[in-house]
Design a protein around this ligand. Structure first.
Ligand SMILES: *Cc1c(COP(=O)(O)O)cnc(C)c1O
Length: 362
């Protein structure tokens, strides 16, 4: 069959290598890795690489993705990393072994459901360390809830404390932040009179500490998505050495449907674009332009695309078209040619959610 476009090529061998590499580096610091599959919308082949590469858990924010992984035959413990909805408590217990939580009402519902299903469900309580998304801000309340779970809930097992940083508030997992988390956990351990199994110190951004070799000793679980899937953020934003990770696990390819010389400023009375916005257009005279058969529907924001084509520049897009300036391009583009792009995390999520995008494994 002819190759179809737009096309997202996934290099499974490179992906598995990345999982194994991150698992090994974390392992040498005494840290287990929960492999977060939501960045690729729970793609089953992607989930399998996380499994085979040695992740301790398969993790997602969406139960649908976890259910797909189970149906694909993955037997690793499943972790729900978004605070569960009250309305999905029974499915959380049915599909996952462990969940991150910050509301006692939800944990009570999980306890009831676990009793009904004859299960023991594990929870990690989340502490908000300043990023201001999920988690207890009041750390005494957190300790109270921990004690309440310990003493009152039969089908819930409190296995740890966790935090999330670098998502809403862009807070960095500094050594001090992570030490603060360990202190909170140790305070809870004192009140419970026992050790907690897990202290989970964040996501990909916490890999910076692994690379630096200065993760506080008791941090022993990270939940990693981007740093394995794309391995771009540590490199692009913080200039860490990721040369032992592949950055080409995902490649986007699109087909050229028009090649013409056109003015760079729209001609006529300017109103609004397809999305009701009033963009500013720079007049650079007549330029050679290429039209690609993919658009915002497929990838979200055109300005996040990273062209691998020398001299090609993204000008903009509508739902189903992407407009490229190729005036300075090295290649003499023809209709039917294929253009390649690197992608970032947001783009990957869009691409794996679009039914127009054809996924191919290489
Ligand atoms: C998405 C998410 C992660 C993974 O984040 P990455 O930056 O992709 O590693 C980890 N923990 C939680 C709670 C998340 O929502």
């Amino acid at each position: 069959m002819k190759e179809r476009y737009p096309r997202l090529e996934i290099n499974l061998a490179h992906l598995k290598h990345n999982v194994a590499e991150v698992v090994e580096r974390c392992g040498s610091c005494g840290i287990q890795v929960a492999g977060v599959i939501k960045g690729a919308t729970g793609n089953i082949q992607v989930a399998k690489q996380f499994d085979e590469g040695g992740a301790a858990f398969i993790a997602s924010s969406r139960l649908e993705q976890i259910e797909d992984a189970i149906n694909a035959g993955i037997t690793k413990p499943m972790m729900m990393i978004r605070i569960p909805m009250l309305s999905e408590a029974s499915d959380v217990v049915r599909l996952t072994n462990i969940s991150l939580n910050s509301e006692v009402e939800v944990i009570k519902a999980l306890n009831q459901e676990a009793a009904r299903q004859g299960k023991l469900h594990k929870v990690i309580l989340m502490a908000d360390m300043g990023d201001l998304r999920e988690g207890y801000w009041d750390k005494e309340e957190l300790a109270d809830i921990a004690e309440y779970i310990e003493n009152k809930m039969i089908n819930i097992q409190l296995v740890g404390i966790g935090t999330n940083v670098g998502c809403y508030g862009s807070i960095l997992p500094t050594v001090e932040k992570l030490e603060e988390l360990v202190q909170i956990a140790e305070h809870i351990e004192e009140r419970l009179g026992r050790e907690l199994e897990y202290i989970s110190g964040g996501a990909t951004s916490s890999l910076l500490r692994v690379w630096d070799g200065n993760v506080p000793k008791r941090i022993n679980l990270l939940r990693v998505g981007e740093g394995i899937l794309l391995a771009r953020d540590m490199d692009v934003f913080y200039h860490y050495d990721v040369s032992r990770l592949y950055q080409d696990c995902f490649r986007l390819k699109a087909e050229v449907i028009e090649v013409k010389d056109k003015p760079s400023h729209p001609v006529g009375t300017v109103g609004v674009d397809a999305f009701g916005h009033r963009p500013v257009y720079e007049d650079r005279g007549i330029r050679r332009r290429v039209l690609l058969a993919m658009g915002k529907v497929d990838y979200g924001d055109p300005m996040e695309l990273l062209p691998l084509e020398t001299g090609a520049e993204v000008l903009g897009a509508s739902s189903d078209h992407t407009i490229m300036d190729v005036q300075q391009a090295a290649r003499d583009y023809q209709v039917g040619d294929i253009m390649e792009f690197d992608i970032n995390y947001a783009t990957l999520i869009h691409l794996t959610n679009s039914r127009n995008v054809h996924i191919a494994y290489v």
